[in-house]
Design a protein around this ligand. Structure first.
Ligand code: NAD
Length: 355
């Protein structure tokens, strides 16, 4: 047996229908007694529900989280935490809310309990993002890794089918890229493969029957596995490209992931044959890229960059931005290939059959 180095991060995971009821115990377990509950304005109801569960342990609710974590919102959130003398943060929501909690924790060191209500997987990572002066920066820091994650599938039932589909494909993207990263340990690649399977089986049921708690549970389990895999892996062309498209062209995060994933997978097809076999196997499809494309269509997710607001005249600039700094990817990332990938994603054509 070969030697290896594996850094296990310690995140406590509480999973199951009704687990929100355990929130007070989980906060006390951290030694905290004044928790600030964070949410987006649209999820205020769930934030209030969490505050009700917490009773005297709730210091207040700050429901101002917005997409891309603008620095102004972070400052206001930090002031709110200081004013209320908060000793912990409860992030109830998707990647935007968890992102706000991370940005506050980065400076204050306050412990985070995350209660994810989408499939972004952010709750399992030490990756943070912050938009300052119109530029989104990302980084990794262990201070932002939640101490505890409470997964309650009941809270995801209200997630609309289109958001469920795109957010689920965002999670699948973490698994796909984790499977061809150079530094992924076998245990983590198992997480990624199980994540693809759980998502591919559950998402079609979730979009057809949003209140199906069994399917919701499996989708959330897929998100947990995906976030865990993402935390350990170096991301390749797919995440870099989505970051460029979201950050510089203001396209919606999960929808960009849903559109680009089949094409980024096809881009790497010949350079990562073992990963492709594994992805296709978990999807029960003959080809990984085509299998993901067909799943996205079945889920009713957007399939082209044109339909989510990208302009054709910006494709050259996007390809230049995505290739100006070198990064790791199974296939070398060069302008011509990326421009072609973007053209296919713009048109939303089904990836060609492997030759
Ligand atoms: P989001 O958090 O913006 O949520 C999308 C929409 O769904 C919002 O309007 C939200 O209010 C709504 N919503 C959330 N839960 C709901 C529910 N249960 N019912 C009804 N509506 C609900 O989007 P997202 O896709 O979860 O996250 C995207 C953000 O997360 C991006 O900024 C991205 O960069 C970040 N992200 C970070 C990581 C990481 O590891 N740091 C990983 C993935 C995504």
């Amino acid at each position: 047996m070969g030697a290896f180095v594996l850094q296990w991060r310690s995140v406590r995971v509480v999973f199951g229908v009704g687990s929100l009821d355990r929130l007070s115990d989980e906060v006390r377990r951290l030694g905290a007694e004044r928790a600030l509950v964070l949410a987006t304005p649209g999820q205020r109801r769930i934030a209030d529900e969490a505050a009700t569960v917490l009773r005297s342990l709730a210091a207040g609710v700050y429901a101002e989280a917005v997409m891309h974590v603008p620095i102004e919102t972070v400052r206001a959130g930090r002031e709110s935490a200081a004013r209320l003398n908060a000793d912990s943060l409860i992030a109830v929501g998707g990647g935007s809310t968890i992102g706000l909690a991370k940005a506050i924790a980065l400076e204050t060191g306050l412990p985070i309990v995350a209660i994810p209500t989408t499939y972004s997987g952010s709750e399992m990572t030490s990756i943070y993002g912050l938009t300052d002066g119109g530029v989104k920066k990302t980084g990794r820091d262990l201070r932002v890794l939640p101490k505890t994650v409470v997964y309650d599938p009941t809270l995801t039932v209200s997630l609309p089918p289109r958001v469920s589909a795109t957010s689920g494909l965002n999670a699948m993207a973490h698994c796909v890229e984790a499977l061809y990263t150079r530094d992924l340990h076998r245990v983590r690649s198992h997480f990624a493969a199980l994540g693809i399977r759980a998502l591919a089986r559950s998402l079609p049921i979730v979009v057809e029957a949003p209140a199906n708690l069994d399917a919701r549970s499996h989708a959330l389990k897929g998100a947990w596995l995906a976030g865990s895999a993402l935390n350990e892996a170096t991301m390749g062309i797919h995440h870099r490209l989505c970051h460029t498209l979201g950050g510089s062209f203001n396209l919606p995060h999960a929808e960009v992931h849903a559109v680009v994933l089949p094409h980024a997978t096809a881009f790497n097809r010949d350079a990562a044959p073992e990963a492709m076999r594994r992805i296709a196997g978990e999807l029960d499809a003959p080809d990984a890229a085509q299998g993901i494309y067909d799943l996205a269509i079945r889920l009713g997710a957007p399939s082209s960059l044109s339909e989510i607001g990208m302009r054709q005249k910006d494709l050259d600039r996007a390809a230049r931005l995505a290739t100006e700094n070198p990064y790791e990817n199974p296939r070398p990332v060069e302008y011509e290939g990326v421009r072609q990938l973007l053209e296919e994603a713009y048109n939303g054509t089904r990836p060609a059959r492997p030759s």
